[in-house]
Write a protein that binds this ligand. Sequence first.
Ligand SMILES: [Cu+2]
Length: 81
Amino acid sequence: MKHYFSSEGLSRSVFTRKVQVLAAEGQTIAEIKGHIREIEVYPGGTAEWWFVPIKTGALKDLNCTIAGHSEAGMTGSITIK
Ligand SMILES: [Cu+2]
């Protein structure tokens, strides 16, 4: 099942260096550069978000935006110190 990693607060608190996309076998298949707010990850895949924090904060808006997933507990918080 695919999932989303979504946090508007994180996107506003970091400078994204790149997002690296890996296939199920582990090899890199794409690198994405620029402003990122949400990443969709498919079954067996991996996305690595490389960033530099630019401000501190306690972010409570991490969630999966697929219908029913946040309600099922796919939420989280991020602390940048
Ligand atoms: Cu999900």
